[in-house]
Ligand binder design. Structure first.
Ligand code: IVH
Length: 692
């Protein structure tokens, strides 16, 4: 490398370093001192990490007061300062299995031959707090502040019910003369939702997440405000201790905290190998949403207190602990635009077009905004920096704007008055409804969506008829409605982009195969408002053929058990439309199976023969069963008079659990004490209607 370019790189590093230092210091202050972060935790972690790495690469550019070493923020002048008797340090992070193992290796090297034992605790996403007790009496609560000096929030913390005000020396328990208890103050998700619901009803100033609202609730001048917030506490560490029992391990101290009357999180695990530790972290990464409070990782601590002394601290964190951080579910990014998409029923859904960002395990470039009122409540505007959230299997959503970063000259977003389709049809929002719709039956965007829905998994299930193919077919004028797909030829399909003669032939076969789908699928595919798979199943077993469903009056439809008057009216009026009739006749001409009279009669006879042992009972199925497909299991339940909805409630009679069940269904069933059945018990239930 030439001397010149070398100097260039160093100037670059120096510039980047000062830029990063300024940014890290700025965001540290927004988060810790103002409770008003502008960027997500994950975005902050990335900046701080880049800064530390760059400082490590360039020791010649070191400064004394780098924000990379800072723990938290400076204490606010609003509260009296408290010098921590034992500093409240931060934790180093591991973002992957590799980084966790690298930490394990460093520990092992330092400890020589003595094996380490690990205590794993959930990393609660709240606010660190130090509670001080003298002769058993609560005397002080202090925030972490910059780690050395915190803020005195004693009266505020005193309002939290679960925090003991007087420690009781129960039998044989010596209460220390002085004890500092460290832990996390947090807000439950339910409490957070209630707080935001109240905010919506009042001034509309919502909180972005439970951590932020816990922090904001505590740092109030008036403890009355804190008292109204639903705050809780988990204790996880001792600070200064004078007197009391001696300990040799961390898990003993957790037991001691429990005995003194502090809430200690029950999900603590003592493990002997780092492999098990990693499995444990991976488990909680998948199950973090089973809890009613937010966690952002797992804290792994060395159990042996003598080993901890040996390992010691770096300038900002203990070497004897590491925070395994889950991949972020919230990131900040720029909202480029708000557009609306048109669904098959004409519903116009606003969505955010985002600067792509990696969140919740994938790159997200779009996120739903649900409806007009949601955009108004959140008041997000193109150009805003926004918080994007993608949690578990939930579709990505925009949480809200970062107001401090809003560019000048923006105004609230207006819902468009015309459909984005080439016809520019009018969009209308009926009085009292949440949804805005395009009501033009000729709207080509609705038509595209209807054809896509026709071929989708839950409807006629036509492999190869995806969105891209449908768009090509409709734009070439080859398909006007779903019935047109049945006259497509392999030659026509072969002219489409991405198709060869073999794939064209395959699609023709898949389309032809779909003609014989069972009646419930056909009814679902029609896309009639309120006529979903469950109602379709009920109608198919009652009427047996499409013609009979079509001929039924609204009253006759409503007479079917499980079909309400709203569904019945919607179905009857759909079949009355001349356009619907014409469409049905096109399907008939194409040879689509409408169900046969003889099959309908046979089904009725079979139904009469099946004892209705599950009449009035609701049985939920989750996970994969060996002897039944999901549809077969549900049919087995409904044909015996039972109901089989997709979610567990207090009314559920039993939950049938197969391989890889849905965690939320299982947890809910356990919480509600609903019987959980394996496949054998399920067969018994089908036979007898009783639990084994
Ligand atoms: S131990 C010296 N245990 O995470 C050890 N911290 O990123 C100090 N946190 O400041 C902390 N759950 O606010 C510990 N089970 C847990 C924790 C936990 C959440 C927070 C705490 C700490 C931050 C570090």
């Amino acid at each position: 490398m030439s001397e010149r370019s070398e100097r260039n790189i160093d100037t670059g590093a120096a510039d980047r370093l000062s830029e990063l230092r300024a940014q890290v210091a700025y965001h540290n202050r927004r988060y810790h001192e103002l409770d008003e972060p502008e960027i997500s935790d994950a975005d902050f972690d990335l900046l701080a990490r880049e800064l530390r790495e760059l400082e490590a690469e360039h020791p010649e550019l070191a400064v004394d007061d780098s924000p990379a070493e800072a723990v938290g923020g400076a204490p606010s002048v609003l509260f009296a300062p408290v010098v921590h008797a034992v500093p409240m340090t931060s934790l180093d992070n591991a973002m992957s299995a590799d980084e966790l193992h690298a930490w394990g290796n460093r520990v092992r090297r330092s400890l020589g031959d003595s094996p380490a034992r690990f205590v794993c605790e959930l990393k609660i996403d709240g606010l660190a707090m130090s509670l001080r007790y003298e002769r058993g009496r609560y005397v002080q609560a202090a925030t972490r502040g910059d780690g050395r000096v915190g803020e005195d929030v004693t009266p505020n913390v005193a309002t939290i019910g679960v925090i003991p005000k007087q420690l009781k020396g129960r039998k044989g328990l010596a209460v220390p003369d002085v004890v500092e208890v460290r832990g996390e103050i947090y807000m439950t998700i339910a409490g957070f939702d209630r707080l935001n619901a109240a905010a919506d009803a009042a001034d509309g100033r919502r909180f972005v997440n439970p951590r932020n609202s816990a922090a904001g609730s505590l740092r109030q001048k008036d403890p009355e405000v804190t008292a109204k917030r639903e705050l809780a506490f988990w204790a996880y560490q001792l600070g200064e201790v004078v007197g009391g029992p001696a300990f040799t391990s961390h898990h003993e101290t957790l037991q001691f905290l429990t005995d003194l009357g502090f809430p200690v999180n029950p999900e603590v695990k003592v493990l002997d190998s780092l492999e098990d530790v990693f499995q444990h972290c991976a488990h909680w990464q998948d199950h973090r949403h089973d809890l009613d409070y937010e966690i952002d990782g797992v804290v792994v601590k060395i159990d042996d207190l003598a080993q901890r002394l040996e390992l010691g601290f770096t300038s900002r964190a203990p070497r004897w602990a590491i925070a395994y951080k889950f991949p972020p579910e919230e990131r900040t990014t720029v909202l480029r635009d708000i557009q609306v998409s048109i669904g098959r029923t004409g519903r116009a859904t606003p969505f955010a077009v985002l600067e792509p960002v990696f969140v919740g395990g994938s790159t997200v470039g779009m996120a739903t905004l649900h409806n007009e009122d949601q955009v108004r409540v959140k008041d997000v505007r193109p150009g805003d920096t926004v918080v994007v959230r993608k949690a578990g299997d939930v579709i990505p959503e925009v949480v809200g704007p970062v107001l401090s970063l809003r560019p000048d000259g923006t105004s609230p977003w207006q819902f468009p008055t015309t459909c984005p389709c080439p016809l520019r049809s009018t969009l209308t929002r009926p009085e009292g409804e949440a949804d805005t719709r395009c009501v033009d039956p000729a709207c080509p965007f609705q038509r595209d969506q209807r054809v896509i829905y026709w071929g989708s998994r839950g409807a006629m299930d036509i492999e190869g008829l995806g969105e891209r193919t449908v768009m090509q077919l409709t734009s070439l004028g080859l398909v006007e409605d779903p019935a047109d797909i049945y006259v497509l030829t392999a030659e026509q399909l072969a002219t489409l982009e991405g198709f060869a003669s073999a794939s064209a032939q395959k699609l023709v076969t898949a389309i032809a195969d779909s003609k014989t789908r069972p009646l419930p699928r056909l009814l679902t595919a029609l896309g009639v408002k309120h006529l979903g798979p469950a109602a379709a199943q009920l109608l198919a077993s009652e009427f047996g053929t499409l013609d009979r469903v079509m001929a039924a009056s609204s009253d006759e439809l409503a007479a079917v058990d499980g079909i309400g008057p709203v569904i019945a009216a919607s179905i009857a009026s759909w079949f009355e439309l001349p356009a619907s009739r014409a469409f049905i006749e096109k399907l008939r001409a194409a040879g689509v199976d409408f169900g046969s009279e003889s099959a309908a009669a046979a089904a009725a006879a079979a139904r009469a023969a099946v004892p209705q042992v599950l009449a009035g009972k609701t049985v939920v199925v989750t996970g994969t069963l060996a002897g039944f497909s999901r549809e077969e299991a549900e049919l087995a339940i409904t044909s015996r008079g039972g109901k089989s909805p997709g979610s567990v409630s207090a009314k559920t009679y039993a939950v049938v659990v197969g391989e890889s069940p849905g965690a939320s269904k299982l947890t809910k069933a356990e919480q509600l004490g609903i019987p959980i059945l394996d496949e054998t018990a399920f067969r018994h239930l089908l036979e007898t209607g009783e639990l084994a």
